[in-house]
Design a protein around this ligand. Structure first.
Ligand SMILES: *[C@@H]1O[C@H](CO)[C@@H](O)[C@H](O)[C@H]1NC(C)=O
Ligand SMILES: *[C@@H]1O[C@H](CO)[C@@H](O)[C@H](O)[C@H]1NC(C)=O
Ligand SMILES: *[C@@H]1O[C@H](CO)[C@@H](O)[C@H](O)[C@H]1NC(C)=O
Ligand SMILES: *[C@@H]1O[C@H](CO)[C@@H](O)[C@H](O)[C@H]1NC(C)=O
Length: 318
């Protein structure tokens, strides 16, 4: 174990917060819309023509039904990461950092790129801009990465157009309290979880918005997301100790959801904790990190699950 100042983040140089020293400089990430035009009339027309030709050729073979277009108003579809489903067009409005028709595709580049962040390509890892890291590039590593950072929300102005946002040279803050927003990434360290995943290192990303009192949690293996949680009514703080400092996030509310077909969420027809997540994870939840002692994510239902399967008290991270 590393000595001295070794938060789960410091160890990797990754635990970072964007600290905005002037409280008046409110920053807020603009929700990214992921409208995709699911309907394409010319394609629909040619499919129908094809079906017609097929059925006239072989009377007994039915044409393959066209897959239904994505519509999050239908039970068969949903918006990932608790994105909003529009009842106007049945498309998802994704929370910041997520894109794709169902909000399950991470965005890359860097936090500074806001709405212009590119989507991760299918089956690939994110390419982060210089100075940024983490599965989805939202963790700054250097102050230079935060230079000329766009301030997305100003008091009295509200959301501005991305092109004429005021900018400021921020610092990449790697310890202490959350001022406006924070983003962290940790490696999961529970021995038996690691043994189950020899080639697919498990990681956790955790982000909070202080003004909203909300946090988001994601569990990944080899940068593929398994399940995620949204937490509400959160408070956070830092205890300054003589030997170590401890940061705490306490949230009264939490709900979690599987990404269908992923590790522990039905991958290859194996274990699926979806039902468990929706019924047993009810809060309260906490995420705490101690200098030199790593981080812990605790929630009564999740602790039970981890204790049952792995014999550990909670999800440990570094
Ligand atoms: C429909 O798809 C075709 C082929 O991909 C494309 O050329 C055309 O522009 C699309 N039409 C609309 C209305 O999006
Ligand atoms: C940020 O720093 C760079 C170089 O250090 C400087 O050229 C630029 O004017 C600064 N921008 C702001 C908004 O202060
Ligand atoms: C916070 O708590 C209130 C009262 O229990 C509840 O109505 C609200 O939904 C909670 N907020 C979130 C984001 O969970
Ligand atoms: C704890 O935080 C204080 C204030 O930010 C800092 O000066 C100190 O170095 C930190 N201690 C450790 C062990 O990281």
């Amino acid at each position: 174990m590393a000595k001295g100042n070794s938060h789960c983040n410091d160890h990797h140089g990754l635990w970072t917060m964007l600290s905005f020293s002037l409280v008046s400089l409110f920053y807020f990430t603009v929700c990214t819309s992921a409208y995709e035009h699911a309907r394409n009339t010319s394609t629909a027309f040619s499919l129908n023509t094809q079906s017609y030709e097929l059925s006239s050729l072989a009377i007994n073979s039915r044409p393959e039904p066209c897959p239904p277009c994505f519509n999050c108003q239908l039970d068969a579809f949903s918006c990932g990461h608790y994105g909003e489903c529009s009842n106007y067009d049945g498309q998802c409005k994704c929370p910041s950092g997520w894109a794709g028709i169902d909000c399950l595709t991470p965005q890359c580049d860097s936090l500074a790129d806001g709405e212009k962040r590119r989507q991760r390509e299918e089956g690939k890892k994110c390419e982060c801009k210089e100075g940024w890291g983490g599965v989805n590039c939202n963790v700054c590593k250097t102050d230079a990465a935060c230079a000329n950072f766009p301030l997305r929300k100003q008091p009295d102005v509200g959301f501005a157009d991305d092109d004429d946002l005021p900018i400021s040279n921020m610092t990449c803050y790697k310890g202490g309290d959350t001022v406006i927003e924070n983003h962290q990434i940790c490696d999961v360290t529970n021995r038996k979880i690691l043994d189950m995943l020899p080639d697919r290192p498990p990681e956790v990303t955790f982000s909070c918005d202080k003004l909203d009192g909300t946090c988001q949690f994601q569990f990944w293996t080899a940068q593929v997301e398994s399940f995620y949680c949204t937490l509400g009514n959160c408070t956070s703080g830092i205890d300054i100790g003589t030997d170590y400092n401890q940061t705490n996030y306490q949230c009264d509310d939490i709900k979690c959801k599987c990404v269908p077909g992923r590790f522990i969420c039905g991958e290859g027809g194996s274990i699926n904790i979806e039902e468990f997540l929706s019924t047993m994870i009810t809060g309260p939840a906490s995420f705490s990190c101690q200098t030199g002692h790593g981080c812990k994510f605790e929630e009564p239902g999740l602790n039970n699950l981890i204790s049952m399967f792995f014999g550990d008290a909670c999800l440990d991270m570094w």
